[in-house]
Design a protein around this ligand. Structure first.
Ligand code: FE2
Length: 394
């Protein structure tokens, strides 16, 4: 056994913990750039944060992040941070606002522009200096961006989405307050929650999984398995919101340490081609990818690693279905079926209604083979199989 385990920021978790943001910020700096999602602003959270900072003696300048961050968004926020000489950044919102804050915090300390540091499509320059201190305050339960060290950024002209990634990008504090999720609309709850569930399952079945991520991934899978429907149906159900906030947080820890798989391998190029939210893509692809992986793994009858992966899918299936009695094959199917029916119950639209067509599927299937998540998928999948997955999700 051999593994690296990346530590996480200080995590301040619990109902009402948002109230500590001013006090925590004051320990890290005196002049904050607040990168806020539009919905956090609408819900009054950005204003409340500004007041808390003021009371704690911290100045604050707000920039809004609308949608998933593009290189231009990061460069614009960065210019504001430089102009205002910010010593601290705070990301308040979903993964988009948090990743934008993360990138800005890193770039303020390292100079240059977003494109300089992007993997695959950018210059791939290394982040060599620690980011300025930054705090992540997620409002949605999804990406786990509050504990990851990569910021996913889109680049429209290049038709691609890629990461700026570095150990130096880790937040100092993640404030995870399940009460902030109460105002999140059901469709956002649904797609973010499916992203978290997907990240947990892909981490657990990753070829790079380790015993530490396994425990966290299974616990998160169990939590998301019961809580996502409840949080969708009853937005003010704090037990469900709390379980989902925890599941998302755990998914961020497991994906950082174990990696992901084919769902995320496809989601990156697909998300760059079509303006479909990441969580929607994940939700639509999860069941079909599990089935494709199961089929491919079952063909490898003499392969010990394949056997091991099949056993893992069975554990996921038993955890989600609550059916400990199922044999390995039935449990694997039960996991795929659970994910399909969950996506249906949460009214995740088929990707065909969102612009996916056969030509795009073809292109995405080819591009996905280069994407970084693909290498930890439990079994290699051909471009033809990946295209089949996309057609099913269409
Ligand atoms: Fe994801």
């Amino acid at each position: 056994m051999m593994f690296d385990f990346h530590s996480v920021p200080r995590i301040v978790f619990g109902r009402g913990q948002f109230a500590r943001a001013g006090e925590l910020a004051a320990t890290l700096g005196d002049n904050a750039l607040i990168v806020s999602s539009a919905s956090a602003a609408r819900a009054g959270l950005t204003e409340r944060l500004g007041e808390m900072l003021q009371q704690a003696g911290v100045a604050g300048t707000v920039v809004e992040q609308v949608g998933e961050p593009q290189v231009d968004d990061v460069d614009r926020a960065l210019a504001t941070a430089r102009r205002e000489a910010c010593t601290l950044a705070i990301g308040l919102g979903g993964g988009s606002a948090i990743d934008a804050a993360k990138a800005v915090a890193g770039l303020v300390a390292n100079g240059g522009r977003a494109g300089d540091y992007m993997e695959v499509v950018g210059l791939g320059k290394k982040i060599t200096r620690p980011a300025i201190p930054w705090i992540a305050i997620p409002t949605t339960a999804g990406t786990g961006a509050e504990v990851t060290r990569n910021a996913v950024i889109g680049w429209k002209e290049k038709n691609f989405k890629a990461s700026i990634r570095s150990e130096h990008l880790l937040a100092r504090v993640a404030i995870v307050d399940p009460e902030l999720g109460v105002g999140v609309p059901p469709d956002v709850t649904a797609r973010c929650g499916m992203d978290a569930l997907c990240q947990l399952i892909e981490s657990y079945t990753s070829t790079n999984a380790n015993p530490m991520t396994d425990g966290l991934a299974l616990q998160g899978t169990y939590l998301a398995g019961w809580a996502l429907r409840a949080a969708y149906a009853r937005p003010a159900d704090l037990d469900a919101r709390e379980a989902m906030a925890l599941a998302a947080l755990l998914s961020g820890i497991t994906l950082t340490n174990a990696g992901l798989g084919a769902v995320h391998g496809l989601a990156a190029p697909l998300g760059a081609k079509l303006p479909i939210p990441h969580g929607t893509v994940c939700a639509a692809l999860l069941g079909p990818v599990i089935r494709a992986n199961l089929a491919e793994l079952r063909r490898r009858t003499t392969d010990a690693a394949a056997k091991h992966s099949l056993a893992r899918y069975a554990t996921i299936g038993r955890t989600l279905s609550g059916r400990a009695d199922l044999d390995e094959s039935a449990a694997g199917e039960a996991g795929a079926e659970f994910c399909d029916s969950l996506a249906r119950d949460l009214h995740i639209p088929p990707l065909g209604t969102l612009g996916l067509d056969e030509a795009t599927a073809d292109e995405v299937a080819q591009l996905a083979q280069k994407s970084s998540s693909m290498r930890y998928n439990p079994v290699p999948l051909s471009a033809a199989t990946l295209k089949g997955v996309l057609l099913q999700a269409m």
